[in-house]
Structure formats: C-alpha cells, structure tokens
Design a protein. Structure first.
Length: 320
C-alpha cells in the first residue's frame, strides 16, 4: 500500500485526487497538504498538513513524518496568473518540481506524479491532433515552466532512475472545486453562470477551440498512469492526453439543451492570445497504446453531469 502525499490538495484537481486516493488506499494512507487551509472539505477529510511546496525542508519534514513514498505535486501557478506574475510562476513551478525530484533521487520517495499541460505547445505547433513529439515553442511563462519541467523529469528518470510520471492535462472541467488562474477556466465558469444568471460573458471568442476533459476522466487517467507497470511507460517527459475539444459556441449549444434561455456574450481579453497559441485537439495514441487510456465523457454527457451536480449544489441552503 503506497503512502501518499498530495501537495496542492486544496486546488481544483488536487482536491478531487485527494478524495479518490482516500477511497482507494484508505484515509490513513493519504496525506493532503497545501500552503493554507483553503478548502475545508479537504482539510476536514483526514490527515492534513501545511506544506510550502517551495521550501524543500517543509516538504521533507512531511515526507519523514508520514513515511511518504509517493507524491502528487499539484501545486502550480497556471497560465493566466502566470502572465501577471512571471517570476512567481517560474519560482513556484520549478522549485516545487526540483524538490520532489531531488527527494526521489536521494531515495526518500519512490514515485512522483507531476502534471504538465497543453500549454507546453505554442503558436508554431501543429494545431490539429497535435502529436506526442512535435515542435514545442510555448509563449507563456506557464508553458515554459511545463516544457522545462518535462525535460527535467525525463532527465531525472534517465540519469537517476527516478520514477516520475506525467500527463499533459487539457482544460479540466469539474463542479466541486473552482479552477483558478487558467485560460480554460471559462468552461467551468460558464456552467455556474448558466445556472445562476442564465447569462455568461466569455473572455474567449466564440470560435476558440481548445482541448478539454471532464474531471472524472482526468482522475482516471492520473490513477491509471500511476498504477501502470514501469516497463510499459515509454514516455518519461509527459503523455499527451485527450477527451473532447469544443468552442465557447459549442458548449453554449450543449448547455441550452438543459437551460433553453441561456445566452452568451463575448469580451475576449488577454487570455485570447494564450488560447490562440494552444492546440485545438490532441493525439493521445501513445497513452492509449502504453497504458490503455480512453475517456468516458463527451460534451453531452459531461454537460448533463455538470448541470445535475451544480443544480443540487445551488439548491442547498447556504448554512450547509
Ligand atoms: C490553464 O488554462 O492554464 C490550465 C491548463 C490548460 O493547463 N487549465
């Protein structure tokens, strides 16, 4: 049974990963951690520690205290916030990765999950069915940190035998915890606003097509990759991963099937340029070949689930 530490457990993906890992390995084998008590559902769900991902000693103390052998490093500054604070994004995204890679290199932990992103690709990358191996000239700070991170992951694996595994997440859509600071966040906000106001003002233009994925699929992919036999993995930088691609116009049509009076307006801002530099769709055949990846959710199924869950969430009294 692995002893797991999630760093960044209060965030959008970290929180759901924490709940799922507790289901699988038992609450006593999973330590959630973050820089603050930012998600009370996570904090109150079992063992929780304050860990500063940028401070090697803070991470090491927690690893020693709980005999951790596996780390999911989910703390990161995403694309939109990264453009506002370039050096903070660089420092957080790189320092935290080096700390866990070095813990593994020095034998303190055995396995690492580190998320990369479609942001590793840039304006010169082929946009449709972007291949696993292709031109990568990211134009955002976030994308640069992810691309550099991938190189270091592969280097630590080849040079020191570190068992680090990674996925290039597309935009992740979920109803439990809000995303923060990403360019794909519109695809979560739109569901909330559809239910609250029947209107959404989108910060991307109507034809901006981006790769996306429902949270259930993202968690499944993460756990399948982490449980795959080491010999099966031929990619130690980061695997392309895909499920759905859609535009703001297409997600609006899908939402209108449930909320017919929903309407959308468009006010593209600085995030448009980021989105325009990313692929429209991804070729994830390596992930399918190596560890049998396949997604379960399309736009229609995801939209039904999002609307159903958010309806329940908003129907609950505020005191709950
Ligand atoms: C972002 O929009 O920055 C992230 C990502 C695609 O990695 N959701």
């Amino acid at each position: 049974m692995p002893k797991v530490l999630i760093i960044g457990a209060c965030g959008q993906i970290g929180s759901e990963l924490t709940f799922k890992l507790k289901d699988i390995y038992g609450s006593e084998n999973v330590v959630a951690s973050d820089i603050g008590y930012n998600n009370l559902d996570v904090v109150n769900s079992g063992i929780f520690e304050i860990v500063d991902a940028q401070d090697y000693n803070s991470v090491k103390v927690c690893v020693d205290k709980h005999n951790i052998d596996t780390i999911y490093l989910m703390a990161a500054m995403l694309s939109a916030t990264g453009e506002k604070y370039p050096m903070k994004a660089w420092n957080l995204n790189m320092d935290s990765l080096f700390h866990v890679l070095n813990l593994a290199k020095d034998g303190f932990i055995k396995r690492i999950f580190w998320p990369s992103s479609i942001a590793v690709f840039g304006p010169t990358t082929p946009k449709v069915l972007t291949p696993q191996h292709t031109i990568m000239e990211p134009s955002t700070v976030y994308g640069i940190t992810k691309q550099v991170g991938e190189r270091w992951c592969e280097y630590y694996h080849k040079k020191y035998g570190v068992d680090v595994r990674s996925l290039r997440y597309p935009g992740i859509i979920s109803w439990k915890t809000m995303p923060g600071g990403g360019t794909t966040d519109y695809a979560v906000e739109i569901y909330h606003q559809a239910l609250l106001d029947a209107h959404y003002d989108c910060f991307l233009s109507e034809e901006t097509e981006l790769p996306m994925m429902f949270m259930e699929d993202a968690i499944k992919a993460t756990l399948d990759l982490m449980q795959a036999p080491s010999e099966a993995l031929t990619v130690r930088s980061s695997y392309n991963l895909a499920a759905i691609s859609f535009t703001p116009k297409e997600i609006t049509e899908a939402i209108k099937k449930h909320i017919p009076n929903f309407d959308i307006s468009y006010s593209p801002d600085f995030r448009q340029q980021i989105a325009d530099s990313w692929p429209k769709s991804i070729d994830d055949s390596k992930a399918r070949e190596d560890w049998n990846w396949h997604p379960d959710y399309d736009l229609k199924k995801m939209t039904s689930e999002m609307i159903e869950q958010l309806r329940k969430k908003y129907a609950k009294p505020v005191t709950e």
